[in-house]
Structure formats: C-alpha cells, structure tokens
Design a protein around this ligand. Structure first.
Ligand code: AMP
Ligand code: GLY
Length: 423
C-alpha cells in the first residue's frame, strides 16, 4: 500500500514511525514532513492546503491512502475534494468530511451538536454583534471565572478565561470586534467547569469505533501550569484517574452519542475524534472536540498501540473497524517537548540540533525540525518530543528527562514537571 501523510509535526512523525512498522506498507510519503519523517519516508514539498497539488501528487504516485494530520485541510474540505473527483474518490482519506470537521472548525457548531445529542457539556450562549446585550446578561448569571471562546479556528489562542465580570464584558465586545479576526465574530460564552482535564482519542469508520487511549497534555509554557498557552509541552498516557468506572461513563455518555450523532446528522466522520474532557467530581463533561489526533498526545498514544497501524487504518477505510482487534500496551508512555527559546512568543529557527544519536532509552519524535547541509536544525517552536515507556509514570518520565538532557540546541527549553499533578 502507498500512503501519504499530510502534516509536518511530531504527530506526523509518530504516524510515520508506526506506519513504517507495517508489512503492508510499500511506500510512505509525508507532505511536507520534517527531518524525522525524512528518515522513514519520502518528504514531499507540498502544502496540505494546496489541494490541487495534493491531487496531482496522489494521482502521479498512485497513492492508496491519505492520512490527514492537522485540522485545517479537513476544515477546508480535503475529504470532500477527494470525493467530488472521479479519479480521487477511490483513494481512502482518513479524516472527516467538512460538515463533521465543523466540530473543530466552529465551537458554536460543536455546542449545538452536544445539545442536540444530549452530551454533557457546560451551559453556553453564542453571541454576535446582533445579540451582544444577551451576552452581557448571560455573563451576569454566571459565576467567575468567565470563559469566552472565539467560535472559529484561532490557532489554539481563541480562549479567554477572565476573573472579573466587567473585564469579561469588555473582552466579549473586543472579541466580537475582531480581536481574533473573523474567528471571533461569534463568541461562545461558557460556564466554567472546575475539575481535572484529560483527552480521549477515538477512531471511527463512521459506524463502528475503537477507543485508542486517553491522555493528559500540559499546555502551559511554565512549570506548575503557569504562563502562556502552547501547542502542548508534554503528555502522559494512560491517565490513572480515568479508571474503568469513569471511562465507562465517558463511553456511554459521550463517545456513543457522539458517534451516533454523526450518523443521525448525516455528517459522516471517518477518522480520529479527539474529545477534550473535564472530570468534574466523578463525571465527564466535554470541553471541546477536535477532528484529528492531538500533538503531543499522538506521541504517547501511538506508542501504546500494539496492533499494526496500517491495518487499523485499512479497517477504518473499509468500514470494518468492528472486526479489528485493537491491542494496547499496558505500560505508561510519557513525552516531554523540547521547545525553542522564547516560544510560544517570538523565537528563532535554524539552530543546529545535536545529541539525538545519544538517546537510547526513548523515541525521538521530530516536531519543528528540518535538514540543512546534512544537519538537523530547528524549524519551529516545538522542536522535538521525547517519548519513553515505563511501568510507572515516574520511570517513564525519568527516561524522557534523561534523553531531553542529551539533545542540545541553542535556547532549548522544556518543562521539568510534566506529570506533576498525577503523582
Ligand atoms: P479549548 O480550546 O476549548 O480546548 O479551551 C482551551 C482550554 O481552556 C481548555 O483546555 C481548558 O483548560 C480551558 N477551558 C475551556 N473551556 C473551559 C470551561 N468551560 N471550563 C473550564 N476551563 C475551560
Ligand atoms: N495538544 C493539544 C492539541 O493537539 O490540540
């Protein structure tokens, strides 16, 4: 089988790593990829959002399957583009069609979906310039802190959590006025949920589903979950507080109605559903849906999948996921993200990375790297994710931290307290 993975981060390197272990794989391409995927696959210099270029490449190389890493090509309708093309429609696409990708593309859509299908989530109102007064009134009924979310994609930055009511009202007005561009023309105001967060990853063929694993990520740049939000500074799977009883509630109250909801709404979903949850007391509430795998969660979830990943993807494409026996590794996997100095604010690129070959106890997943003059250099804010197995969180973390020390580049920064809240 010839497979094309779209994307360039740690998630896509983890996909490439797992796919290349399959006997069923004949040829793997990653577009555009990074210095890590280059070791396992052929990198192709194509922007995943340039559908015409993707089309030409897929036909030229007779690709059988396209696995879409990031959300934007999905929200822009790459799957629909394939289905609408006589020649492309035979190609399997792992990732939902545009209508279902709205679950991530629009917070208002996701909230409405949850209301329609009785999925537990916080109370909310969707506000635009037309009903601003209703927004102020709704804020007055809530207790602090106030949660304001840009409806559209805002590169993970569109959520404000504000303590003061007047400040929340002002921010609501500013968001609608364009604080996050068109993404915040509609703002979703939410009741604040107090609890502990985790994410559950589900794979579906539109009818059947498999729960891949749950994971916890660490989004803030600073230790103790302080400072600015990032794409994710580390992750852990499994999450011990997500015990069997809790996970069965997640399955009954959230996963089943979500998968059924896609069918009832006639918005076919083939691919990964990333469900962001808050555990409030002993009950799950949905914070958000993403229509892809998480990054860096993929770097802990995929190493826990023992089954052949390409066979798993084929089962999704053939809508035979019910016949697939998914085997998970019981061990814990942790990942620690090495980031560029200054990230998530301004940072430099092009710093030489050394010491990757010194790492023996961990899997090195490249995130923002590229090759230049036979060297691996930094090419993004999140540079490398170091994933390790362990019988306990601590034994896995110890390996990830040791390996993190061996990899060097100017300005390297990482959180030394990943998992601090799970001890
Ligand atoms: P989102 O982009 O919707 O995942 O929101 C970003 C982060 O804001 C989440 O990971 C949570 O930490 C926090 N958050 C979002 N919604 C809520 C909520 N209703 N209550 C508490 N925290 C929230
Ligand atoms: N790590 C969070 C995300 O991928 O959205």
């Amino acid at each position: 089988m010839k497979v094309l993975v779209l994307g360039s981060g740690g998630r896509e390197h983890a996909f490439a790593w797992k796919l290349s272990q399959s006997d069923k794989l004949d040829k793997l391409y990653v577009a555009p990829g990074n210095a890590g995927t280059k070791e396992l696959a052929e990198n192709v210099n194509i922007d995943p959002n340039d559908f015409e270029k993707v089309r030409t490449f897929v036909l030229d190389k007779a690709i059988d399957m396209v696995i879409v890493g990031p959300e934007d090509p999905l929200v822009n309708g790459i799957h629909d583009f394939f289905l609408a093309d006589e020649k492309l429609k035979q190609v399997a696409v792992i990732g939902p069609e545009k209508a279902a990708a709205e679950m991530e593309g629009s917070k208002d859509f996701a909230k409405d979906f949850m209301a329609r299908h009785n999925i537990p989530t916080s109370q909310y109102r969707s506000i635009t310039s037309e009903n601003l007064e209703e927004g102020y009134e709704f804020l007055e009924t809530l207790k602090a802190p106030y949660v304001l979310k840009a409806d559209g994609l805002a590169a993970g930055k569109g959520v404000l959590i504000i303590e003061d009511l007047e400040e929340a009202k002002n921010s609501l007005k500013e968001m609608i006025g364009g604080m996050f561009g068109a993404a915040s023309a509609t703002v979703v105001i939410e009741e604040f949920l107090s609890g502990i967060e985790l994410s559950v990853f589900v794979l579906t063929d539109g009818k059947n589903y498999k729960v891949l694993a749950e994971a916890k990520d660490y989004k803030r740049i600073g230790e103790g979950d302080t400072g600015l939000n990032t794409g994710g500074m580390g992750a852990i799977s499994p999450v011990h507080f997500a015990n069997e009883e809790f996970m069965s509630k997640v399955e009954e109250r959230v996963i089943k109605p979500t998968i059924d909801g896609f069918q009832k709404d006639k918005t076919p979903f083939v691919g990964f559903v990333f469900i962001g949850l808050m555990k409030v007391g002993d009950d799950p509430f949905v914070i958000e849906y993403n229509v892809r795998m998480g990054d860096p969660e993929t770097e802990v979830v995929l190493p826990r999948i023992k089954s052949d990943f390409l066979e798993l993807m084929i089962a999704v494409a053939d809508k035979k996921l019910d016949q697939f026996e998914l085997e998970l590794d019981e061990r814990t996997v942790t990942t620690v993200m090495l980031v560029a100095g200054g990230y998530p604010e301004a940072y430099e690129k092009g710093k030489t990375i050394s010491g990757i070959d010194q790492v023996t106890d961990s899997i090195v997943f490249h995130a923002g790297t590229t090759s230049k003059n036979n060297e691996v250099v930094t090419n993004g804010g999140r540079v490398i994710a170091v994933s390790s197995y362990g019988d306990t969180i601590n034994s896995a973390l110890k390996k990830s931290f040791n390996s993190a020390e061996k990899i060097q580049f100017e300005g390297k920064n990482y959180r030394k307290d990943i998992g601090f809240d799970l001890q």
